[in-house]
Ligand binder design. Structure first.
Ligand code: DMJ
Length: 650
């Protein structure tokens, strides 16, 4: 037992038990306090003693939180922390990162099938427009898989080493049950190198089990609490995952999901959805699944959601609002601004153009082409690089001065190239804007780190270069490689390979082997390491961009190192983010293998994108979603490249 603290004595003397003449010597103070203690009644002493014991227990309880916080700091930050005595304690639980790399606005803003191994999907098809499309229901026939139910994992070891029971939570723990990510010892049966595509299928089945058991028909699985989160209330994960199941040959899972779409999915709901997110995940997912399966159910649903999103374009400038109520047919900007995000309004074109081609109704393509034409002409770009915001009233860029390939601008660049490819490489304005932007990146954003000279893409903020790079930027190596594959300059491929190495280093240099959301690169000579991570940036949301680029780089170079890198990443997802009762979780801290601090959320893109790209990387079959026949939307949903003979609505 610790002796009562000195502070306790002071508070006694302030209790006003009387005092003699003032003498501030240490000995006098000690005697005086002791006298006062003796003068107290037994009740008073017990009371004070209890308070001190309580304070001591509180001290013990908060100790791990403080130490955990310190453990999470980068070496440099720890040093600073120990030097400054009275710094405010940073909260142990980080604020939930804003979704999809499009952080909340500041308020107010200042600113076909030949699968090399065993099983897989049936022949992939490019559906061409036809009039009066009837339900064809060409149900999947997976002769090899035979619908065989795969074995579920039976037991795993938690991330802290304790054996975790994988039995479903009982009623009582459903909302608060402590389920922990699996540890490395908990190797899944296919984590040997022999059948990597099967390891991805197993990861998918594990994620799907969690979704099915605890979040069926809802937007997102919350795997730790064995519950779900709602965003639009439209079964987002299920829709985002449809074409992944088809590509992975998971027939049984696909059929149960399809049954849900047929029976339960309705868009006639009084709900606000984000135009961009619902376009890339829902419209994109449904269109892609229609093309892969030929089942008109998915086209009908795509038409329904597509037409319900159209009110977003009813703005003074025709630059769409960010939000649409798909039940009421009304649209609006966010509450605090009339701005939209540039990446959001310029990354819905692949989907709406395809919807027009399939339906032969031009209004969808017209609406999104208008946006591209306006953005093409706008002032305020920096060598082809766009600002992050655009006003829905004026149609002008706002909060200018920040240029990034990360959040809020990223997929603008991706969709310039991909629209050009989708349309058969005829729309030269798109190509010109893309080529100019890549030159703008080289001139303004490209730098090398110290000491190892990693090439990275930073940001410019009001004329100042910042060596900050979002994980989101890791889409760029893949996009550059896709451009080079389509005849763009060979140096785009050189840059792609350099940036690919950097994105890989963002994983391999972290203690968990998983990348943080944002990194900062050291540029000054004599730096000890290339990559720094700020406290608030250490989370990993199971994002796809790096494995997406690995897929492209492997397809075009056949260099097996890219498969090895992807394999390491998959193993680390299994090691640090897998939740024993089903599902994978985002984590808050990639820097401490012992304290990853799970976030209790599985983003729909983990199934829609991350696992799909990993599977395609390992499947090693250039005809499985051939990049000469399909173009992936920004949510990894493959859409057909239009045949040159195809009629264009415009
Ligand atoms: C996805 O929704 C898409 O890839 C989007 O382009 C960016 N954010 C997430 C994945 O990180």
């Amino acid at each position: 037992m610790h002796p009562p603290s000195r502070q306790g004595y002071v508070s006694l003397s302030l209790a006003g038990q009387g005092s003699g003449g003032y003498n501030n010597s240490k000995q006098w103070r000690r005697q005086s306090c002791w006298r006062k203690w003796k003068q107290l009644s037994r009740l008073q002493r017990s009371l004070i003693f209890s308070i001190l014991v309580l304070l001591f227990i509180c001290g013990l309880a908060t100790y791990p939180i403080v130490t955990e916080h310190l453990r999470g700091l980068s070496d440099e930050e720890q040093e600073t922390e120990s030097n400054s005595v009275l710094r405010p304690v940073v909260p142990h639980v980080l604020p939930e990162p804003v979704r999809l790399g499009h952080p909340a606005l500041p308020e107010p803003p200042s600113q076909q099938r030949k699968l090399s191994n065993k099983r897989g999907p049936p022949v992939l098809q490019n559906r061409f427009p036809r009039k009066g499309n009837t339900s064809e229901n060409t149900a999947v026939e997976d002769k090899t898989a035979g619908g065989k139910k795969e074995r579920e994992e039976e037991g795993v070891i938690s991330w802290r080493g304790a054996v975790i029971d994988t039995a479903p939570a009982t009623e009582g723990t459903k909302d608060g049950g402590k389920v922990l990510p699996a540890n490395q010892e908990a190797k899944s049966s296919n984590e040997s190198d022999s059948d990597r595509p099967e390891a991805v299928r197993e990861a998918f089945r594990h994620a799907w089990k969690g979704y099915k058991d605890f979040a069926w028909g809802h937007d997102e699985l919350r795997p730790i609490s064995r519950s779900y989160g709602e965003w639009f209330g439209l079964g987002l994960t299920l829709i985002d995952a449809l074409d992944t199941m088809w590509i992975l040959g998971l027939k049984e899972e696909f059929e149960e999901a399809k049954a849900w779409v047929a029976a339960e999915l309705t868009f006639n709901k009084n709900v606000d959805v984000n135009l961009f997110e619902s376009t890339i995940r829902i419209l994109g997912g449904l269109l892609s699944t229609y093309h892969l399966t030929g089942d008109a159910l998915f086209l009908d649903k795509a038409k329904d959601i597509g037409s319900r999103l159209m009110p977003a374009f009813n703005t003074p400038s025709k630059i769409p609002y960010s939000d649409v109520n798909i039940g009421k047919g009304t649209a609006h900007p966010p509450r605090w601004t009339s701005d939209s995000t540039v990446a959001e309004v310029t990354s819905i074109q692949l989907e709406f153009r395809e919807l027009s081609r399939l339906t032969q109704e031009p209004q969808y393509e017209d609406a999104v082409a208008e946006v591209m034409n306006q953005v093409h002409k706008l002032d305020g770009k920096l060598d082809g690089l766009v600002p992050m915001f655009i006003n829905t009233n004026s149609g002008q860029f706002t909060h200018q001065g920040i240029y990034t390939l990360g959040a809020r601008a990223d997929s603008y660049y991706e969709y310039l190239l991909k629209q050009w490819i989708q349309g058969g490489k005829r729309e030269s304005q798109l190509l010109d804007d893309y080529l100019q932007a890549i030159e703008g990146v080289k001139k303004n954003l490209l730098q090398k780190s110290s000491p190892n000279g990693l090439t990275f893409v930073g940001e410019v903020s009001h004329g100042q270069f910042s060596p900050k790079m979002d994980h989101l930027v890791c889409f760029l190596p893949g996009t550059l490689a896709l451009g080079a594959h389509n005849g763009l300059p060979a140096d785009h491929m050189d840059l792609a390979t350099q940036l690919m190495e950097t994105c890989y280093q963002m994983y391999v240099q972290m203690e968990t082997g998983l990348s943080p959301e944002i990194v900062h690169f050291n540029m000054h000579e004599g730096s000890i390491r290339d990559i720094e991570v700020k406290l608030a940036d250490r989370h990993n949301l199971l994002r796809p961009e790096t494995v997406e680029s690995l897929f492209y780089l492997y397809r075009f170079t056949k260099d097996h190192k890219y498969q090895e890198w992807g394999w390491e990443i998959l193993k680390n997802f299994n090691k640090y983010t897998k939740v024993s009762s089903g599902g994978y979780t985002s984590i808050n801290n990639v820097r401490d293998p012992d304290y990853t601090s799970p976030q209790d959320k599985m983003e729909s893109f983990f199934l829609g994108e991350t696992l799909k790209y990993l599977y395609l990387l390992f499947a090693d079959d250039p005809d499985l979603i051939s990049l000469d026949r399909f173009v992936f939307n920004t949510e990894a949903h493959p859409l057909p490249i239009w045949p040159s003979t195809d009629t264009h609505t415009n």
